[in-house]
Design a protein around this ligand. Structure first.
Ligand SMILES: [Zn+2]
Length: 323
């Protein structure tokens, strides 16, 4: 179910100060918002005094620039670490793996991802193009912590399972038996952060399978791509992934784009889907999605998707599905 009240509650993002770095989290639907912004949106010591290039840093659209870089690669590669057990039941399956990787592979260059091109830094703009850069599987039944999350990324790079790339984003996606003990499902549905790994500034995000907590992190129990009724984890995960990847590109080091409340672009449209359609017999939705009348709002890569709107840094700002 979905209500305006939940929408308002879901709007704010939270910031948790870690021992060595920050993370930026996507607030769940039912969060009480008991954490406060960390104040990182103050001046950045030592930042360039040069005037921003007008074409790359545009302000006045409800979100502020704080001097840090954006990711400008064309495309920005996304590396996926499948953590837990993805040969299980429900949505913890290779079907989800394939769907999520298809989403990533077809996201680049879409009208949706093009919204990110309204963000830039002093040397250029986001390309709006992303790619699937590869994956690795970490089979484990051990819950994640913020520390072990970082270690998981570091190990994937150090082992050569994934390349080291400071211009990409590493996505750690966990199966629904796995908790992230710093607050998955209660404080956040996902978050992104960065850390120095193997001598490089590596950007990474955590996105858990929201079938662990549908009421907090899933907009609908049966999504447009659900393989069966009430198995909505893949679609739910893709929505959170859409949120975190957008922020990881436009605020990779947590010092570029966020508003006076500490909210990044995706936070300003958290669980805000805009105009939606209902899966019908003529939709490309899955059979279960059609039977349940699942909602979707965009189509690309020969699939219907239900992903949140994004804040455009143009035209006065606003939550949109395309420019
Ligand atoms: Zn966020």
């Amino acid at each position: 179910m979905f209500s305006l009240g939940k929408l308002r509650l879901a709007l704010a993002c939270l910031f948790v100060i870690l021992t060595v770095n920050f993370m930026v989290a996507q607030k769940p639907l039912n969060s009480n918002g008991n954490l406060v912004p960390d104040g990182k949106h103050h001046g950045v010591p030592g930042q360039s005094q040069l005037a921003p290039t007008p074409d790359t840093v545009v302000t006045g659209n409800g979100i502020n620039y704080h001097g840090g870089p954006v990711l400008k690669a064309n495309p920005v590669p996304y590396y996926v670490i499948w953590y837990g057990n993805w040969n299980g039941t429900g949505s913890n399956t290779q079907t989800t793996v394939s769907l999520v990787e298809h989403f990533i592979s077809t996201l680049g260059g879409t009208a949706y991802e093009h919204i990110a091109t309204t963000y830039g830094d002093n040397s250029g703009n986001v390309s709006g193009n992303v790619s699937f850069g590869g994956h690795t599987f970490v089979n484990s039944s051990t819950n994640l912590t913020d520390t072990s999350l970082r270690t998981t990324v570091a190990n994937a790079i150090a082992s050569g399972a994934l390349p080291k790339n400071a211009n990409g984003v590493y996505l750690v996606l966990s199966s629904s038996n796995i908790n992230e003990t710093s607050g998955f499902c209660t404080q956040y549905c996902g978050f992104h952060t960065h850390s120095t790994i193997s001598g490089s500034d590596i950007k990474y995000a955590f996105v858990g399978n929201p079938d662990r907590c549908p009421s907090g992190c899933e907009i609908q129990r049966t999504g447009p791509n659900s393989p069966s009724t009430n198995v909505g984890g893949a679609d739910g995960l893709i929505n959170v992934l859409a949120h975190e990847q957008f922020e990881a590109i436009t605020d990779p080091d947590l010092n570029a784009w966020f508003d006076s409340s500490g909210e990044e672009d995706s936070d300003k449209c958290n669980f805000n889907f805009g105009t939606t359609s209902t899966c019908t017999s003529t939709s490309v939705c899955s059979s279960a999605g059609k039977a349940a009348g699942a909602k979707f709002n965009v189509n690309f890569g020969s699939h219907d998707w239900m992903i949140q709107q994004q804040w455009k840094n143009a035209g006065g700002g606003g939550c949109v599905l395309h420019l």
